[in-house]
Design a protein around this ligand. Sequence first.
Ligand code: PLP
Length: 376
Amino acid sequence: MSRVIYFDNAATTPITKDVVDAMLPYFNEYFGNPSSIYSHGRETRAAIETARKTIAKLLNAHTSEIIFTSGGTEANNMAIKGAVQYLGVQTIISSKIEHHCVLHTLEYLEKYHQVKIEYVALDEKGIVDLAHLETLLQQGSEKKLVSLMHANNEIGNLLPINDVAILCEKYNAYLHSDTVQTFGHISIDTQAVAVDFLSGSAHKFHGPKGVGFLYMRKKNKVQSFIHGGGQERGFRAGTENVYGIVGMAKAAEIAYQNLDKDAAYILSIKQYFIQQLQESFDDIQICGNMENSLYTVLNISFPNKENTMMLLFNLDIKGVCASGGSACSSGAATGSHVIQAILPNVDRVNVRFSFSKLNTTEEVDVVIQSLKAILV
Ligand code: PLP
């Protein structure tokens, strides 16, 4: 098979060998059920609690504030549904460019639980209008939750999370931020930013799929929305994904050990790609807020012509993995809800390229050549 160039790291990242090695003993040697009281169970329980300490320390949080989940989707569902069910939230303020696991949760709460959903205004770069957010927070006296993602998975926009947290504190609203694209890539200090709920997903930072976590601030905890056994101290029933949790902690540890170096390297790949694109094509545009953007994500729009309509398909034929919208619903031929929300009248073709520490400038050169062959 010819070599594939993987420029879709916002969809998922390859799991690294160190992470696999850390997980392997938990498939066979240490297979005990963590709820069993004999030594075989205690070993896996200890592994889970060590992993919890690792994640908590990276967030400058308390171990009791970390709940392991099946991934970012579950963590976001738990925070948002829990805030309604257990904290008395009646209005949720969010944006139209959240991930579907947030948007569809909001639609569900609106339809079946009479929760009022407000969407904050965005400009054509997808920047959140903080003045409008403040206006929405000022209205009514009911308990509110603000749910705004830290980095957008399609266009890379970074939220000024501290400014949002300050506004939420001012108006006594809870704050949930979907940090699935930023945990493992940006340092988040829960003592410095007054955020109540954060989510993480291991497969976005070279960990395994199907495991993540929810951070819940101690004073605002929500109860389980999965009922059963007493795992996760009663906050999330179900036998734990021990090897996944161990792998996630290892991946997080590696990510934060090398954060500055890897971030600078990945940013240099993104900048080189932008420079090469701009030199090669005069009709491309960068979508999103380049002034404050996650270094892993780049969203490029091409004019809607015959040769761009099948762009992703043709890139795939050339061994280049990129994505048209959110890959979580990918394969989907439908347009991106993010682009639709911010540029509803613009008829262009958007491709998201997203990078990791494993990419190289040589790969950028090959992708540019492939794009030239398809487009020029
Ligand atoms: N939130 C964002 C911003 C994402 O990008 C994704 C996955 O693409 C998710 C949530 C869902 O995470 P998971 O795949 O762990 O369920």
